[in-house]
Write a protein that binds this ligand. Structure first.
Ligand SMILES: Nc1ncnc2c1ncn2[C@@H]1O[C@H](COP(=O)(O)OP(=O)(O)OP(=O)(O)O)[C@@H](O)[C@H]1O
Ligand SMILES: [Mg+2]
Length: 332
């Protein structure tokens, strides 16, 4: 039961000589939510199709729920929302779900209650008996999510689940994914909405041109916690602040990196106790979008040393030692 939900090594796919995926190493642990990111054409959907056995690999290895790629037993325990979905326009939402519950082999007695549950989860309870042909695109995407969540699958694979959704719908999907995780499902999420991934995922893997260019926990990818303070009236001797972490000056801001976020209130209190006036406190952290643009647009800039970034970024210079007297960030 403790098999990883997904494990691939060097997974590769060429379509008639077009290399869609050069080499994918991907691991999704049980109950983990992992974001698979990358620009258009990077190979994300190809990776998903390989995992599901919808296309055949050209090389590499992989297992899903402990079984070889495409294994029928494993497939029955996977919920999948395709990137391009189109349900039978003449069926009602309820009928679509009954069809998929049957295809997934859900026992007859469970189907009714399970369909009511997932329709409620995606906010379509009052549209159960309406024909899909009359649904808006966002409603069809909600239906697709309901299909993917039927029967509490051990693994849910969502290929851009929020592309048609309004901000409320996107927020609903975040709650739905958290709920799926709480119920024990692992989730692989393809999305271009990086803020969404940053809020939801335990780990992220960024692919570009068919290869992994960064991978790690969000903490590893986005770096250590940092706090930037704009202060005036500080004394020359900043020794009491060294207990909070290494100090540097960045464009007139007093920067402490790494810092324990729990200690930021104590840090501010220490500054005030030293006679400083605090004008701004910015708990800065790199965003996933900044990292994404760095790794996709060019090598060099990148994540923190804990993250796996390919090619490796140059070593980050050590922060300068704290100055003996107040630095230039202190405006007296
Ligand atoms: N059936 C196919 N036949 C030939 N080439 C394909 C096929 N499917 C995908 N490709 C190619 O493989 C590459 C990766 O496509 P893929 O759909 O996996 O990208 P993606 O990362 O999902 O992009 P997007 O963000 O636009 O959805 C692209 O160059 C694409 O043209
Ligand atoms: Mg895609």
């Amino acid at each position: 039961m403790n098999d990883p939900a997904i494990e691939t090594r060097g997974l590769r796919k060429a379509y008639d000589g077009v290399l869609a995926l050069a080499s994918l190493d991907l691991r999704v642990g049980p109950g983990e939510v992992v974001g698979l990111l990358g620009p258009n054409g990077a190979g994300k959907t190809t990776a998903v199709k390989l995992l599901l056995g919808l296309v055949r690999k050209s090389g590499g290895e992989g297992t899903v729920l402990g079984r070889p790629l495409g294994d029928r037993g494993a497939r029955s325990r996977i919920g999948y929302l395709p990137e391009l979905f189109r349900y039978q326009a003449w069926l009602t939402a309820d009928e679509v779900l009954h069809l998929h519950a049957g295809l997934a082999g859900l026992p007859g007695s469970r189907r009714g209650p399970e369909i009511v549950r997932v329709l409620g989860l995606v906010g379509l309870a009052d549209r159960a008996h309406d024909r899909v042909g009359g649904f808006s695109k966002g409603m069809q995407q909600r239906l697709g999510l309901a299909v993917a969540l039927l029967g509490d699958p051990a693994l849910v694979i969502l290929d851009e689940p929020t592309s048609a959704l309004d901000p409320v719908g996107r927020d609903d999907v975040r709650a739905i994914i958290r709920d799926a995780r709480a119920r024990g499902s692992a989730v692989l999420l393809n999305s271009h909405l990086l803020g969404e991934v940053e809020r939801l995922c335990d780990r992220a893997v960024i692919v570009n041109k068919g290869s992994v260019v960064a991978s790690g926990t969000l903490g590893e990818l986005l770096g250590e916690s940092t706090v930037r303070l704009r202060v005036t009236g500080m004394p020359a001797d900043l020794t009491p602040l060294h207990a909070f972490g290494p100090l540097t000056d960045e464009d007139g801001w007093l920067v402490i990196r790494p810092v324990d976020p729990e200690r930021i209130p104590d840090l501010v209190a220490a500054v005030v106790a030293m006679g400083g006036r605090v004008h701004a406190v910015d708990p800065a952290r790199r965003t996933l979008e900044e990292l994404f643009l760095d790794v996709v647009r060019g090598p060099g800039a990148g994540a923190s040393p804990g993250a796996l970034v390919y090619p490796a970024p140059p070593a980050r210079p050590m922060p300068p030692p704290p100055p003996a007297a107040g630095g230039p960030w202190v405006t007296r």
